[in-house]
Design a protein around this ligand. Structure first.
Ligand code: HEC
Ligand code: HEC
Ligand code: HEC
Ligand code: HEC
Length: 137
């Protein structure tokens, strides 16, 4: 009887551990492993993995509604990636009129660093090097 009970406890503990693993896996977001495509009319490829390999923190590009950089762990705790989309905030209702248009927010975010570089490597600066279709014009 005693060993039976103990076995039940062990089984329950194992089941709980397994379940929490499954929940963590399904719930946590992480970083997109494959390159993503941003935009429709003037699409741009963006490779998180490549930029991560340069040790650029998530918060360099992802910030909250007070413009505080989001910490890596903070992003990993988000369950719906759509929360990170720039247009959630930078849209026609955004208070600062200079930060409503997509070209303004993305060019301000992406281009200065490509010109300066990281670890001696510089990123693409010409329109067509980022906009792979329709020339970015
Ligand atoms: C150099 C800029 C940059 C860095 C650094 C960066 N991201 Fe992103 N990330 C973006 C852009 C741009 C998008 C697309 C946003 C949009 O569609 O509006 C994006 C999208 C995402 C999405 C997908 C959101 C969706 O549409 O479902 C996730 C998840 C994400 N980032 C996580 C991370 C994490 C985690 C890190 C750090 C390990 C990170 N990012 C670092 C620029 C960056
Ligand atoms: C949760 C809301 C929110 C989201 C999502 C968001 N932003 Fe912002 N962003 C802000 C706020 C607030 C400011 C500060 C506005 C000001 O200073 O007038 C700002 C400022 C900026 C600026 C100007 C400051 C600077 O660094 O020069 C840029 C560029 C920018 N955001 C790009 C982005 C990009 C790119 C994304 C998507 C990866 C994004 N934002 C997602 C709220 C947001
Ligand atoms: C803090 C610096 C920094 C920021 C911010 C940044 N990049 Fe880069 N990016 C780089 C560097 C450095 C390289 C060159 C890496 C190499 O040569 O290995 C690069 C390379 C690239 C490339 C060429 C490689 C490839 O994947 O095809 C593209 C495209 C690119 N970045 C897009 C973007 C976009 C879009 C954004 C804004 C959402 C952005 N980057 C923001 C530093 C940055
Ligand atoms: C470092 C990469 C990069 C470079 C270089 C770059 N862009 Fe962009 N641009 C982006 C990103 C990312 C977006 C947001 C994607 C989107 O919404 O289409 C964007 C958005 C735009 C948009 C708005 C698209 C829309 O549908 O609202 C226009 C227009 C544009 N760029 C034109 C240009 C021109 C012209 C040049 C050269 C003078 C240029 N871009 C250079 C990354 C870049």
């Amino acid at each position: 009887m005693r060993t039976g009970k103990r076995l039940v406890y062990i089984f329950l503990a194992a089941a709980a551990m397994l379940l929490s693993c499954v929940i963590v896996q399904a719930g946590s977001l992480g970083m997109p492993k494959e390159p993503i495509v941003i935009g429709v009319a003037n699409p741009v490829r963006f490779d998180h993995d490549l930029h991560r390999s340069l040790e650029i923190p998530c918060g360099e590009c992802h910030h909250d509604d007070k413009h505080n950089p989001r910490r890596d762990e903070e992003i990993y705790a988000i369950t719906d990636g759509r929360e990170l989309r720039c247009r959630n905030c930078h849209n026609q209702n955004f208070a600062n009129t200079f930060l409503r248009r997509r070209e303004d927010i993305f060019h301000t975010n992406c281009r200065p660093c490509h010109a300066v570089g990281v670890k001696g490597k510089r990123g693409p600066r010409k329109c067509n090097d980022c906009h792979f279709k329709n020339g970015g014009a």
